[in-house]
Design a protein. Structure first.
Lengths: 110, 115
């Protein structure tokens, strides 16, 4: 079964700062998901990526399949980016679900 | 709006009771996934259905069961409820069979409180 580690667990930054959230996993995968969970509880899929880099607005996700590592970057951070960011990978072991990291609680202060 | 609808949004019940959570997937999506999010365990995969058939099982208790109907909506049945079953239950849908073939679309979740 895949194990997922995220860091940092908590991050507080000032508006405008460049944010990096890291995700490492134990078993080789074909794709990785980055999710955002708002304080109200809803979950939004940000990226699914299998190689290289993807960009959407101020969000950038990268993945290194060989090193089993992915990063999520936020440029010019804003208070509305405050949320929990969760990395998820296929569980493997015959089950086609996802194994989730514990999430990174991000607070962007004005 | 993800296009995935979950009902009810909130549910309060007592130990030993049975509840049913409902999920309508995004139009055209064939896969439905159920996830449980609790404070101590985080998000956990429970079960997946694809086009009416069960395709994968995760950490789903024997007291829990699910099904997907011909119109592709899904229901998660939780019985003999215990305090520890209090959690947010999410449904997600996708077009493909495997989690690495496309984006997942999540519902807003059903918050279950067992007293």
């Amino acid at each position: 079964k895949n194990e997922v580690e995220q860091s940092p667990q908590n991050l507080t930054a000032q508006e405008g700062e460049f944010i990096t959230i890291n995700c490492s996993y134990s078993v080789g995968i074909s794709a990785l998901h980055w999710l955002q969970q708002h304080p109200g509880g809803g979950i939004v899929s940000l990226f699914m990526l299998s190689s290289g880099k993807k960009k959407h607005g101020r969000l950038i996700a990268t993945i290194n399949i060989q090193e089993k590592h992915s990063s999520l970057h936020i440029t010019a951070s804003h208070p509305r980016d405050s949320a929990v960011y969760i990395c998820a990978v296929p569980s493997g072991g015959g089950a086609d679900g996802l194994t989730f990291g514990k999430g990174t609680h991000l607070i962007i202060q004005p | 709006d993800s296009g995935v609808t979950q009902t009810p949004k909130h549910l309060i019940t007592a130990t030993g009771q049975r509840v049913t959570l409902r999920c309508s997937p995004r139009s055209g999506d064939l896969s439905v996934y159920w996830y449980q999010q609790s404070l101590d365990q985080g998000l956990q995969f429970l079960i997946q259905y694809y086009n009416g058939e069960e395709r994968a099982k995760g950490n789903i208790l024997e007291r829990f069961s699910a099904q997907q109907f011909p119109d592709l909506h899904s229901e998660l049945n939780l019985s003999s409820l215990e305090l520890g079953d209090s959690a947010l239950y999410f449904c997600a849908s996708a077009f493909g069979l495997a989690v690495n073939t496309g984006e997942l679309f999540f519902g807003e979740g059903s918050r279950l409180t067992v007293l």
